[in-house]
Design a protein around this ligand. Structure first.
Ligand SMILES: NC(=O)c1ccc[n+]([C@@H]2O[C@H](COP(=O)([O-])OP(=O)(O)OC[C@H]3O[C@@H](n4cnc5c(N)ncnc54)[C@H](O)[C@@H]3O)[C@@H](O)[C@H]2O)c1
Ligand SMILES: O=C(O)C[C@H](O)C(=O)O
Ligand SMILES: [Mg+2]
Length: 603
């Protein structure tokens, strides 16, 4: 199960591998004339062939010359490059927002071209449409707002959601990303402005998993905000009231889930950036009734687990040695606890023995022990007893630096949301780690909230570390021609495959085994040679490859667990007869790729 081998699929430039040579099939459109030009799903701008202009009532509404898709693509990239040139030397935030604006304008106008430039340039554009710039966009959302995207359900819509869901123009929706804006990255409660996160996540679904953009739906559940600054901001676009709590809150989420299920019973709902109490509560409440998962709890756990196993291999040790690792986890929230829970499940699957890694869990009040008053039930299994830590000279609330000095961990993993928590002293203490290749994971987002920067990690903890961060950092020049490799430990490596695999399986629900299969797939994707170079995760350039493999693993796990009901014409029996390679092929063949399809009007 926990094999270490790269499958046949290797990373090539994306568009060439996924570009179908077949003539694209027709696309049905229920409108004509200017309405088509104003609809980004169908608009081709100057790319409409003359015959199509005649058929769709577009003649005269466009300049006469037809510009090819490739020319349009080049023209956009040229304007993007000029923007880069013209903004050189300006503050990072200004440049990033300018880049986001130019991409967003294209998104608003012509989705086919937008997704093509996104797929082909994913490494450059992911940091703009996704983490970290998406955080900045959320912070400034009310000021940046020009056009709505997705749907907004507010506390004022109680009782109306079942009919509101029919306001969405698409007949079919496959993938929904839902937030209530209560914990946006490490930026806290951003209320309605958090809608940027579902939009960015779904852009990754299209780019990485090839989910058809006409079948995605970003959703904001606006139940108020406790962010005083936003409540006082006259431009704030959300409900100006404190957040609903308790049963009132849950009744809104219940109503939304019922409405979605009534209209699109097979749609998958990804919960994203909910504050911890609601992240756990909603996951338990819905996971057996709907096809849903929580990305921060479950997707993050899989990515972190793959990284932890990579760190074992980087030391030249067998995976079974995972049980002997000392791992310090900083942050006992939805993400940190999700990681610990999945890591334990993985150990028992791998070895079947009772041995498990030694986890040391800290939150804002320091080391969590059984002495802690008011301990969160989810953290209880990881709280240390005095007997376990007394010998080390640690106790309830010990500081991070004390813990690192005494434990000499193999791995230091941050999911605290607090920038700079891995201080110089903490990082220097990692030099005394028991590992020959200590691993430092600064997974909090966005960049300013990372526990440390890549440069700080290599400078203070030494050149022999393996390093990963949630937001992208450049590789670090260590001098002497050596490079410190920076991995991006971000749940983007898993959630697109979890969604796609569940969709193509026609999964009734998403099980723990499906999540484990996703993590195992990512963990075994890298070769030993890569791991030895400190490369724990694939390059984002190959995100469609890894997503296809993750998707296939998830699908196969769904079949094995008998929760797969099939998708389209492919029933559960067909799925169960597919070999592993056939499943990967099937997943790849079902990935949408942006090309202009002939539009056929139906009244
Ligand atoms: N890289 C990824 O893929 C990924 C995935 C999910 C979450 N995250 C990031 O992880 C962070 C946390 O997310 P969450 O959902 O767990 O948040 P959360 O609010 O549920 O939990 C935060 C935890 O950090 C603790 N904490 C706060 N200050 C601390 C300090 N100074 N020292 C130690 N612990 C401290 C809190 O007590 C709490 O336990 C966010 O920044 C988020 O962006 C990253
Ligand atoms: O959004 C991300 O980049 C990862 C993660 O879901 C987070 O909340 O930080
Ligand atoms: Mg998130």
């Amino acid at each position: 199960m926990w094999r270490v081998a790269r499958s046949a699929a290797s990373s090539l430039r994306l568009s060439r591998r996924w570009m179908s040579t077949a003539i694209p099939g027709p696309c049905i459109v229920h409108k004509r004339g200017a309405d088509i030009l104003h609809d980004p799903w169908f608009n081709k701008d100057t790319g409409f062939p003359l015959t199509e202009r005649d058929r769709l009532g577009l003649r005269g509404l466009l300049p006469p010359r037809v510009i090819s898709f490739e020319q349009q693509y080049e023209r956009f990239m040229e304007s993007y490059r000029s923007l880069e040139k013209n903004t050189q030397g300006q503050p990072n935030n200004v440049v990033s927002l300018a880049k986001w604006r130019i991409l967003n304008r294209l998104h608003d106008r012509n989705e086919t071209l937008y997704y093509r430039v996104l797929i082909d340039n994913i490494k450059n554009f992911a940091p703009i449409i996704y983490t970290p710039t998406v955080g900045l966009v959320c912070q400034n959302y009310s000021g940046l707002f020009r056009r709505p995207r997705g749907m907004y359900f507010s506390a004022k819509d109680k009782g109306e959601m079942m009919s509101m869901i029919y306001n969405w123009p698409a007949e079919q929706v496959d993938m929904i990303v839902l937030t209530d804006g209560s914990r946006i990255l490490g930026l806290g409660d951003l209320g309605v402005q958090g809608i940027g996160i579902p939009i960015g996540k779904l852009d990754m679904y299209v780019a990485a998993a090839g989910i058809n953009p006409q079948r995605i739906l970003p959703v904001m559940l606006d139940v108020g905000t406790n962010n005083q600054k936003l409540l006082e901001d006259r431009l704030y676009l959300g409900l100006r009231q404190p957040r609903l709590e308790g049963e009132e809150y849950l009744s809104i989420v219940d109503e939304f889930m019922e409405a979605v299920h009534a209209r699109w019973p097979k749609a998958i709902v990804q919960f994203e950036d909910f504050q911890m109490k609601w992240a756990f509560e909603t996951l338990e409440r819905y996971r057996k009734r709907f096809c849903m998962f929580n990305d921060d709890v479950q997707g993050t756990a899989g990515v972190a687990l793959a990284g932890l196993l990579g760190a074992v291999r980087a030391q030249g040790r067998p995976l079974s040695d995972f049980a002997n690792q000392n791992i310090v986890v900083v942050g006992a929230g939805s993400a940190g606890l999700g990681v610990l829970k999945m890591a334990l499940q993985a150990v028992s699957r791998m070895s079947g023995s009772a041995a498990e890694p030694h986890f040391f869990l800290l939150d804002k009040d320091g080391l969590i022990t059984k002495e802690r008053k008011c301990i969160d039930p989810a953290a209880t299994p990881f709280a240390k007893s005095q007997g376990e830590i007394g010998e080390l000279g640690l106790s309830e609330g010990s500081s991070l630096v004390e813990v690192v000095k005494k434990v000499r961990p193999h791995v230091l993993l941050g999911l605290s949301g607090v920038g700079g928590v891995f201080s110089e002293e903490v990082l220097k203490a990692m030099r005394e780690s028991d590992s020959i290749k200590p691993a430092i994971f600064a997974m909090s987002n966005p960049t300013t909230n990372a526990e440390c920067t890549a440069i700080e990690a290599f400078k203070h903890a030494g050149e022999n570390i393996v390093f990963a961060s949630g937001s992208p950092f450049d590789n670090v020049d260590l001098g002497n021609g050596k490079i410190g490799h920076v991995n991006q430990a971000n749940n983007m490596y898993l959630f697109p495959g979890i969604g796609l695999g569940s969709l193509l399986a026609g999964a009734r629900i998403i099980t723990d085994d499906m999540m484990q299969a996703a993590a195992e797939c990512l963990a075994s994707y890298m070769t030993d040679e890569e791991i030895q170079r400190g490369v724990l995760y694939p390059s984002i350039d190959s995100i469609r490859d890894i997503t296809a493999e993750v998707g296939a693993s998830v699908l196969r796990a769904a079949v094995a667990e008998e929760v797969a009901e099939g998708h389209g014409d492919v029933g559960p029996r067909d799925l169960s007869h597919m070999s592993k390679d056939e499943t990967i092929r099937y997943v790849k063949d079902n990935m949408w790729f942006p090309v202009y399809s002939p539009l056929v009007q139906e009244k």
